[in-house]
Design a protein. Structure first.
Length: 494
């Protein structure tokens, strides 16, 4: 392994993080908060780390192989979570463990928080110097940076990535396939970021038109487009009590959970490619069916027997989209919903968004593949002499992809089981243990019981927070980059 190549890329990533931190500084200066110095120091420390890493890795070849790419992605996210935690620590807002948890939650677009009361840092009645608009803006900005991926950002905007672009891009982008918009990887990465920025600007403008402040509009746009879920209010989106705001966020959550390549095709009026996509069709079908079932369940056994049908439809549709796209915004306390509704939401946590989206979870395309594989095997049992070809759309799915999909599923279930048992062993009740693990592993944020939509992770044991922090990284990177770092053979020279 060429360690210098890894060091150089890690340094470039940290320099990007340091520059992004300074975007939070104007908010601190404008509101005369007491966190401006913490932001500047954090940016300087991160830049120093980045410069040192870049210096030690500057003399390297352009060729980058799969092993180095996996190391860059795995170490890049783990290191970035620690440097992104600096503003929380230096401002005195959070301790080291909580700060890394919050930063990892932001970068992986999980949205789980250990801040018990946001009003303590953003309340309107706080005296000058006591609010933390700058650090809280950074908290939301980590979502936006992690949504499309800091490695994809590196590939798109840093020419130094050179011939390494393809290996980095393929190691970072989630999903089964890595179909590009164009053969040139850097061009693809740049176009994905342009789409991401354009949709973000559009959503922010619409939220401003609905009466949101610029600060709230930007923070909730970051949380929506990245499918993250960090809000500036304890009540999340429900705090705005605005149907137009809910509709805008709901629509953009659906867009964020869709493969961004399809957005590109749609922008170029290639409607046939979009409409023929089997993953998109299943994604929309699951959203519609789940919304209908939960609406009926709430009407029959919900906690608000006098609620009107439009209100129930509004609550169920927003929650279904929020959970399945792994955003985690809330307009209702779904922890109080009937068992059927909560069970459906738990299943949606694992399904997640589409491949190539900012959503987490297993990805809808893998759900579709698992269903096709099961159907394929059943047909082979009943008719073993016939040659059966497994297809997904126009593509033939070979044995390697089938094996990788099954391996991914069972590894995910194993991580889920082990982490849930660990949390239970630490004294967490079973529902909290199961849903906290599912919410962090699939990058959703809120779970049920003690980590429900009106609760936080602040009361979790320290060891549980560390385990869930690792779960967020493992889930966001889809296991392999993090697991590779733990294998001694991975680090040996070729």
């Amino acid at each position: 392994m060429d360690h210098r190549h890894v060091l150089r890329a890690l340094g470039q990533i940290q320099l990007l993080i340091a520059g992004a931190m300074l975007l939070a500084l104007p908010w601190s200066l404008w509101h005369r908060d007491g966190d401006a110095l913490a932001i500047v120091l954090s940016a300087l420390i991160t830049a120093a780390i980045g410069a040192a890493l870049w210096h030690f890795g500057r003399h390297t070849q352009q060729n980058l192989f799969r092993r180095e790419a996996l190391a860059i992605v795995g170490l890049g996210w783990l290191l970035s979570a620690h440097t992104a935690a600096l503003p929380f620590v230096l401002s005195g807002m959070l301790g080291p463990v909580d700060a890394v948890f919050e930063a990892m939650s932001g970068l992986t677009t999980t949205g789980a928080t250990v801040i018990p009361d946001l009003a303590v840092h953003l309340g309107p009645d706080l005296a000058p110097g006591h609010a933390r608009h700058g650090v809280m803006f950074w908290r939301s900005l980590t979502h936006w940076l992690g949504g499309m991926g800091i490695i994809v950002l590196l590939v798109a905007f840093l020419p130094a990535a050179g011939g390494a672009a393809k290996a980095l891009f393929q190691s970072e982008v989630t999903g089964v396939s890595k179909e590009g918009i164009k053969p040139r990887i850097r061009q693809t990465a740049l176009r994905l970021w342009v789409l991401y920025v354009a949709l973000s600007l559009l959503q922010a403008a619409l939220l401003l038109a609905c009466g949101m402040t610029l600060y709230d509009a930007l923070c909730h746009t970051f949380g929506t487009m990245a499918t993250g879920g960090f809000s500036t209010h304890n009540a999340s989106v429900a705090a705005f009590a605005s149907i137009p705001v809910e509709i805008i966020i709901l629509l953009f959550m659906i867009l964020a959970g869709t493969n961004f390549t399809l957005h590109y095709h749609l922008a170029h009026l290639r409607l046939r490619l979009v409409l023929r996509d089997p993953e998109l069709r299943l994604y929309l079908t699951i959203l519609l069916v789940s919304t209908a079932l939960i609406t009926l369940d709430l009407a029959a056994r919900g906690p608000e027997p006098d609620a009107s049908a439009p209100t129930l439809l509004r609550q169920s549709s927003f929650t279904v989209v929020s959970i399945m796209t792994t955003t985690g915004f809330a307009t209702a306390d779904f922890d109080q919903w009937p068992p059927l509704s909560k069970t459906l939401l738990l299943f949606l946590m694992f399904a997640g968004g589409c491949a190539g989206s900012t959503g987490g979870g297993m990805k809808v395309v893998r759900v579709l593949l698992l269903l096709r594989i099961a159907s394929h095997q059943i047909r082979r049992i009943f008719n073993p002499r016939r040659v059966h070809v497994l297809r997904l759309g126009r593509h033939i799915i070979d044995a390697d992809v089938q094996q990788l999909t099954l391996t991914f599923f069972f590894v995910g279930m194993a991580v889920f089981a082990v982490t849930s048992l660990l949390l239970a062993a630490l004294g967490t009740d079973e529902l909290t243990a199961l849903t906290a693990t599912a919410a962090c592993l699939n990058n959703i944020g809120p779970g049920l019981a003690e980590v429900g939509p009106t609760q936080t992770y602040a009361t979790m044991p320290t060891l549980a927070k560390l385990a869930l922090t690792l779960c967020m990284a493992v889930g966001r990177l889809e296991y392999w980059p993090v697991f590779c770092l733990l294998a001694p053979s991975f680090w040996r020279q070729r």
